[in-house]
Design a protein around this ligand. Structure first.
Ligand code: SAH
Length: 249
């Protein structure tokens, strides 16, 4: 099954056991992937389901629902202060590969960029392509950019961490280990990790975040770039929950 090509299909395209393919999808399946009439592929609805489908002209016949288990056992949201240039493209791509559930681009006091709405569309496309590539069953949600300080309460029901590059914050890995969680608790766990821009968070931002329930954490002794930090934070959380050590579990 894994050799079959995967493409994301909107729910509205599923009709009575068939998939109505858009001209772009027909082009992609026929010309780019060179599938022929009767060939099979996987249709992902981006909401957790994969379907085995068979190409029939401008349609595809839905053959069966497939079992997929490629998602992390916890829901991880990243609040990422927008880095300059196209750095966020890479953040979206890598973090989708690593299993992020949601990315909230945030504008902080030292953020240099004010993104256009086309950027958000672009990031959503990148997330979709990366989810297909990584055989994920969910396409992560990319929120519209919002101010960091004004939205600190958006994820109040989550376990919240803010990564701070300097100072004596405990390592994120130790904070996760401190929890002593039960594996069968994982379904309900929701974690938010915030990472700052090139110039770092201001003291006031860190203070406000702590007041809002965030715990300040370190990702190690080296200063990581704004695009590296979210990838490292996500890798640590994913590894802790996906491959817990026996002492940890
Ligand atoms: N220019 C700043 C560093 C900014 S690094 C300075 O010199 O202090 C960009 C962001 O990555 C930071 O705001 C932080 O969220 C994250 N980050 C980078 N390295 C980190 C580390 N070692 N520990 C925790 N967070 C880190």
């Amino acid at each position: 099954m894994t050799q079959l090509q995967r493409i994301a299909i909107a729910l509205s395209q599923f009709q009575e056991g068939k998939i109505l393919l858009t001209p772009e999808q027909q082009h992609y399946l026929g010309r780019v992937l060179r599938l022929r009439e009767g060939d099979r592929f996987i249709a992902m609805d981006g909401l957790g389901k994969w379907w085995l489908a068979q190409l029939e002209g401008t349609l595809a016949q839905v053959l069966e629902l497939l079992e997929v288990q490629t998602e992390l056992p916890v829901s991880i949201t990243l609040m990422v202060a927008l880095p300059k240039g196209n750095g966020f493209d890479e953040v979206v791509r890598c973090c989708t590969e690593l299993g992020v559930a949601m990315i909230a681009p945030v504008i902080s006091e030292r953020t240099l960029l004010n993104p256009s709405s086309q950027k958000v569309e672009r990031w959503r496309r990148i997330a979709q392509e990366a989810a297909e590539q990584s055989e994920r069953s969910f396409v992560p949600t990319i929120l519209e950019p919002v101010s960091f300080s004004n939205n600190l309460s958006s994820f109040a029901n989550n376990e919240q961490y803010i990564c701070v590059a300097r100072g004596n914050s405990p390592h994120l890995q130790n904070c996760l280990q401190d929890k002593g969680f039960l594996i069968n608790d994982l379904e309900q766990r929701r974690i938010v990790v915030a990472t700052g821009p090139e110039g770092g968070w201001t003291e006031k931002e860190v203070e406000c975040a702590i007041n809002a329930g965030f715990k300040s954490v370190s990702l190690g002794r080296r200063i990581l770039r704004a695009v590296t930090a979210p990838v490292v934070a996500l890798s640590l959380v994913a590894a802790a929950y996906e491959a817990p050590t026996s002492a940890f579990a």
